[in-house]
Design a protein around this ligand. Structure first.
Ligand code: NDP
Length: 284
């Protein structure tokens, strides 16, 4: 069997067309959704991610600002900028590109963002609300992954879901969203015994590990839906996921490619969260 492709570029464009239209409607009421991105340091991957986010804003008709600082910047400068953006009515979402240099306390930086502008959903208030099933900003990567199920009509309720990875930004919120959607969820990590045994039970398998091609075909139940969050750069410069795509696509029923799967959906949901924030501000 060859799996159906869950294409993040196609789904992302579809959702972004809707966001663009909503942004135009909002503009008629005098509000243009605005995102501010803070970048510290010269990490090439972060620079690419930030550029993509700023370009995506422009295409959707959003206002965007990039505030870039050298790696050795005094954290006080960044805190001051966040405080300024928190009270700037043009800005509805603030994103600090991670990772930050070592002399920064990343949690303190994220906590400095006003909760109503925390479009990445990383602040404790948003994490708690997500856990309680309350309205909140859902972290963009797992939010984007969930959209694939909705769009392709893949039922989640009652399914066995296995999430490999337990980070705060991907694994944990992904598990929470799957649980809210009615799946029975197992979270695996580096201390898990018999990873393969867990994976083989999964109707829905999410890989968020950061290890190239770690999920091999013999770890996947025939007909499973496989979501590959991983983005890894191989020595030849090419990108690949955490899933051995070529082999696993012969076993799975659906699979996301890397690149072109979860990645574009992350940016799409960042736009979605920024738009929601702007809509809320316009209603207030
Ligand atoms: P982290 O490094 O924070 O977390 C990785 C997780 O994988 C940890 O929970 C770790 O376990 C687990 N892990 C590591 N080795 C193993 C192993 N051998 N067996 C089982 N579990 C293991 O990464 P992130 O969650 O931030 O990102 C994961 C991947 O997703 C990366 O490739 C990243 O680039 C990508 N990513 C992609 C995004 C997108 O837009 N598509 C957005 C964000 C991330 P433990 O907790 O025990 O250490």
């Amino acid at each position: 069997m060859t799996a159906k492709l869950l294409d993040g570029n196609v789904l992302g464009q579809k959702l972004r067309a809707n966001f663009k239209q909503r942004a135009e409607e909002l503009a008629l009421l005098g509000t243009r959704p605005g995102l501010a991105v803070i970048l510290v340091g010269e990490d090439p991957a972060s620079q690419v991610y930030v550029r993509n986010k700023v370009n995506a804003c422009a295409q959707a008709g959003f206002h965007s600002e990039k505030h870039a600082y050298p790696a050795e910047v005094d954290p006080a400068t960044v805190f001051a900028k966040i405080a300024e953006l928190n009270s700037d009515p043009k800005i509805h979402g603030i994103l600090v590109q991670l990772p930050l240099p070592k002399h920064f306390d990343s949690d303190a930086v994220l906590d400095a963002i006003a909760p109503e502008k925390d479009v990445d959903g990383f602040r404790a208030e948003n994490v708690g609300a997500l856990m309680q099933g309350q309205p909140c900003f859902i972290p963009c990567t797992p939010y984007g992954a969930m959209k694939f199920f909705e769009d392709a009509g893949i039922a989640v309720k009652g399914k066995e879901a296995v999430v490999v990875g337990r980070s705060n930004i991907v694994g944990k919120p992904m598990a929470m969203l799957l649980m809210h959607a009615g799946a029975t969820v197992t979270v695996c990590h580096s201390q898990t015994r018999d990873l393969k045994g867990h994976c083989l039970r999964a109707d829905i398998l999410v890989a968020a590990i950061g290890k190239p091609k770690m999920i091999t075909a013999d770890m996947v139940k025939p007909g499973a839906v496989v979501i590959d969050v991983g983005i890894n750069r191989l020595p030849d410069g090419k990108l690949c996921g955490d899933v051995d795509f070529e082999a696993v696509k012969e076993v799975a029923s659906y699979i996301t490619p890397v690149p072109g799967g979860v990645g574009p959906m992350t940016i799409t949901m960042l736009l979605g969260n920024t738009l929601e924030s702007a809509e809320r501000a316009a209603r207030a």
